[in-house]
Unconditional design. Sequence first.
Length: 132
Amino acid sequence: MLLFLQARDLECWNGANIVFPNDLSLSGGDDNMKIEVKYCGGCNPFIDRVNILNQVVALLGGKVDITFVSAAGSDVLLVIDGCCVGCRGNEFRSKNDKTVLVAGDSVQGEHVDEEHIPTVIVKHLKLLKLIQ
């Protein structure tokens, strides 16, 4: 698997810890939510996937460890597909019950206006972390 991160992307995550492939265990602060993020390939996005993640981190007060590779110890998996096809989410739909799926303008299969997507994601992330 190849991991592509642009410098502008790394600068926008509001103080979240970014975990790189050579550090596959998430070991940030004990209070930090540990989120594994998967993006689609971006062939037809009609939402700004990077901005949505940035807003999620801001809503969580930056107390987040983020990785883009499978990692031991993650609290939840956040899959962000740019359109309603949800190609990337289909890979994870039945594999992990601690998953939040975003497919275009829907979160967990429910339509959400784009400006409210980050807030709805945070609500689901918090619920899933509590179910440990």
